[in-house]
Design a protein around this ligand. Structure first.
Ligand code: SF4
Length: 237
């Protein structure tokens, strides 16, 4: 795996903290409906959808899970079919062999170790095959209302542009952000991730950020300085 590059911007944590308090209320007002784009109706289904979303669009995952969640209602259902059948059912999301293996491995563990229920702590979630901190924070925040910062590609890119962290390694970034983002105020850690993801999809897009129409431009150290090919975060992130 390529080594994560650092942002070109020098970050002062105290200034970054102040900046977050300025931009959070604006993002909250701009994206009042911000939420996870994956469809799910219980914590286990959310786990499956998040596993399927690796290297796949949320739109494609939602198409696949529409039928998948009709056929497989609980962790045991994923173990009641041969792995090849599950692979066929999720094939169009890509990397389907690995994803099927992880989903079935997680189903086994949840049944054997957690009474059939998705666990509610970071440490326990990290024991599930296919779950890293990004997945665990996504489950904690969205399924259980426990604050968690999900460092996806948009959060990594925007954190660099907004001068919130010099780290683009997701785990280092998550710990940096936990120091400067309020845990519960303005929607807290979970909504902070959603706001940045929505802003990254709508305005601060990877290759051509729309700075002239950006509501947080007055507080952004990268405003108007970005051109194609010059990004504080690695291109494509
Ligand atoms: S001002 Fe430009 S670089 Fe900064 S957050 Fe807005 S769109 Fe992104």
């Amino acid at each position: 795996m390529a080594k994560a590059k650092k942002s070109k911007l020098k970050v002062d944590p105290a200034e970054a903290k102040e900046r977050v308090l300025k931009i959070l209320p604006i993002l909250k007002k701009t994206y009042p409906d911000a939420k996870i784009a994956l469809n799910w109706d219980d914590p286990w289904n959310l786990f499956v959808a998040v596993v399927l979303s690796a290297q796949c669009t949320d739109v494609r995952v939602n198409i696949v899970t529409k039928d998948l969640f009709e056929k497989y209602k609980c962790p045991q259902d994923y173990l009641n079919v041969p792995q090849e059948e599950l692979e066929r059912d999720i094939r169009s999301t890509g990397f389907y062999r690995n994803k099927a293996k992880n989903i079935r491995g997680a189903a086994r563990k949840i049944i054997d170790d957690f009474g059939g229920k998705v666990p509610r702590t970071m440490d326990e979630l990290l024991t599930l095959p296919g779950a890293g901190r990004k997945t665990a924070n996504c489950i904690l925040g969205n399924a259980f209302g426990i604050p968690g910062i999900t460092c996806d590609t948009h959060v990594i890119r925007l954190s660099g542009r907004l001068g919130l962290s010099e780290n683009s390694d997701p785990v280092k970034l998550e710990f940096d952000l936990m120091e400067i983002v309020p845990k519960t105020k303005f929607g807290g850690w979970t909504m902070f991730s959603h706001y940045l993801i929505w802003h990254g999809r709508n305005i601060c897009i990877a290759r051509k950020p729309d700075c002239p129409h950006c509501p947080i431009a007055p507080y952004c150290p990268s405003a108007e300085t970005l051109t194609c090919g010059e990004h504080p975060a690695p291109i494509g992130i």
